[in-house]
Design a protein around this ligand. Structure first.
Ligand code: TYD
Length: 210
């Protein structure tokens, strides 16, 4: 079977990192070698920029345009140095966030939606995930979980209404792409979320074996 590109999406506190690790271990048991990368992040340079993007700054606020372009700059870097070479070398790639994050978090008006479409064309060069798992969560619960992890970063500090709108944009995207994006409710015990992830991936893999 050809190696695959799997993306995990969702709001803060939805459990993306845990699920990425779970999938990697599951693939390992099935004899499949994979790597995990994350956005923003992945390469050494991207990890440095990740800190800059997430840090709250009072003096020089990151403008909306700068923020959107930064996410795409990091995505370009991650594609060039992690995603493309790994897929070329036969590894499966599990990415904690990808372009749908930009659509959900930065796609808040028609102008941004249009720019994101163009940036996707320019930056992604047609590299899209074989399957995306969207971990759905009520933002109130997600932020509560994120708070328990530690101090909230610049983006996590945004208002509840921002996250509610982000969630509705996620759901809109999911509903338009049901074949490629699978929605998983994460307001239940972790072992049940994992069980659902396993079933979805097994079904999808069996379909792709044919
Ligand atoms: P991260 O700590 O990875 O998210 P999580 O809390 O889910 O573990 O932080 C990434 C932040 O960047 C998150 O708040 C979402 C935001 N983001 C965007 O706004 N647009 C994007 O394109 C990406 C990749 C992330």
């Amino acid at each position: 079977m050809k190696n695959k590109f799997i993306v995990i999406e969702g709001l803060e506190g939805s459990g993306k990192t845990t699920i990425c690790n779970y999938i990697m271990n599951m693939l390992k048991i099935w004899g499949i070698k994979s790597i995990i990368t994350r956005e923003p992040g992945g390469t050494p340079l991207n990890e440095k920029l990740r800190k800059i993007i997430k840090k709250e700054r009072k003096k020089e606020i990151i403008s909306n345009k700068t923020e959107l372009l930064m996410f795409y700059a990091l995505r370009a870097q991650s594609l060039e140095y992690i995603i493309k070479p790994s897929l070329k070398n036969g590894l499966w790639v599990i990415s904690d966030r990808y372009s749908i994050s930009s659509q959900a978090y930065q796609g808040y008006n028609d102008s941004n939606k249009k720019i994101i479409k163009n940036l996707n064309y320019y930056v992604l060069e047609g590299i899209s995930p074989d399957i995306t798992l969207y971990l759905d969560i009520d933002p109130k619960i997600g932020i509560y979980r994120a708070k328990k992890r530690g101090k909230l970063d610049r983006i996590e500090k945004k208002s509840l209404s921002f996250f509610k709108k982000t969630r509705s944009r996620y759901l809109e995207i999911v509903n338009k792409n049901k074949k490629k994006i699978k929605k998983i409710n994460t307001e239940k015990p972790l072992y049940l979320v994992k069980k659902e992830v396993k079933i979805i991936l097994l079904r999808w893999l069996l379909k792709n074996l044919k």
